[in-house]
Design a protein. Structure first.
Length: 339
């Protein structure tokens, strides 16, 4: 089940979904009904799980667009028991992350299932809070709780054909005691696995970043010592320098926190961001790359020759996570798909 929520982590949900379906994925996962509807309207035909909530006014769209809801409470079961046509749902168990999923007793779930025969539990799922952290016992506790609930549901005659718990980290590092028929990778599809903590096995998922992100140089300037750069004049040239102004800023997804801290790749080498990142423009030091001209490309994320910069490195500098960097690449940045 390829996770393509948040516009496929910034990569473009429609294109990525087409590729995943072509490669044989039978399921996709999105966060909202809107995201699912957009995929259907683009002709995506495989099964689609809506993982976050379904609002009352969105219930009809679930059936109309053949979306499959994750249900998070006993109340959700009656909410979807609204038509003569049976509906398949995936029941999410909160095993200790304390985000979405039900805490209800199995007897209560079983009673609700009896009362709502129009709802079929096709999938049973949970989500791990710390699957890459082998210094923590949280994942083992979550697995034990999930297995208990699944066994008890089985005793009540509720056996979901699809069992899915693992997202990228639990797939990559493996987790003992987990029996599942489906997995939900997101980050790994886009070429990333978070580093593990503690006594973890090596990642079994060998991937490279799928996306590179480029911006054009719109101007080049020579500055005299003492010149200040950008809003607030936060960077002062200590020596003569040559700067390039890139046509991308925080409105494109370059974190403002990279001001005077981050780097991009220009002319095949790392070029520091100097001054504050503006909404539409970012200034970099290209003193070491005298051949660069307006119109040339710089690489915000990706590789030029031996030099590379990925979302995890950018995230570390910006004080965030790689997911946030990828999802932050805004809609106005044009996506090009290359084989
Ligand atoms: C986002 C999400 C995933 C995918 O997680 P990755 O770490 O990107 O693989 C899987 N399951 C749920 C419930 C999610 O919200």
């Amino acid at each position: 089940m390829g996770v393509v929520k948040a516009d496929a982590y910034g990569h473009g949900a429609i294109e990525i979904s087409r590729i995943l379906c072509k490669e044989g994925a039978r399921w996709l996962a999105v966060s909202s009904v809107d995201e699912g509807v957009a995929l259907r309207r683009a002709g995506i035909d495989c099964r689609i799980l809506v993982m976050a909530g379904v609002m009352p006014w969105e219930r009809d769209a679930i059936r109309e667009f053949r979306l499959t809801p994750a249900v998070h409470s006993v109340g959700d079961l009656s909410f979807f028991n609204d038509s003569a046509e049976p509906i398949d749902v995936h029941l999410k168990i909160d095993t200790g992350m304390n985000r979405l999923g039900t805490h209800a007793a199995v007897s209560e779930i079983a009673a609700a299932m009896k009362a709502h025969p129009g709802v079929r539990i096709e999938g049973l799922m949970t989500h791990f809070a710390s699957a890459a952290d082998f210094a923590s016992g949280q994942t083992d506790e979550q697995i034990a709780r999930f297995n208990d609930v699944a066994a008890e549901l089985g005793k009540c005659g509720i056996r979901a054909p699809l069992i899915h718990c693992a997202s990228t980290n639990a797939i990559a590092y493996g987790r003992a005691g987990l029996t599942q028929t489906l997995v939900r990778p997101g980050h790994a599809i886009y070429g990333y696995v978070s580093p593990a903590r503690g006594d973890a096995p090596a990642s079994s998922v060998n991937v490279a970043p799928a996306l590179s992100w480029k911006a054009r140089i719109v101007a080049i300037k020579h500055l005299a010592p003492g010149s200040r750069i950008g809003y607030g004049g936060s960077f002062v040239a200590a020596a003569p320098m040559r700067i390039a102004i890139l046509a991308a800023g925080y409105a494109d997804g370059i974190s403002h926190r990279l001001s005077n801290k981050g780097k991009v790749i220009a002319g095949g080498r790392l070029a520091p961001i100097v001054g504050t990142v503006s909404m539409d423009l970012t200034t970099i030091d290209v003193t070491q790359s005298p051949h660069l001209r307006p119109g040339d490309e710089a690489t915000l994320l990706g590789r030029e020759g031996d030099v590379s910069l990925d979302a995890q490195q950018i995230a570390r500098t910006a004080g965030t996570i790689s997911y946030n960097v990828l999802c932050g690449i805004s809609a106005r940045v044009r996506r090009f798909y290359v084989e």
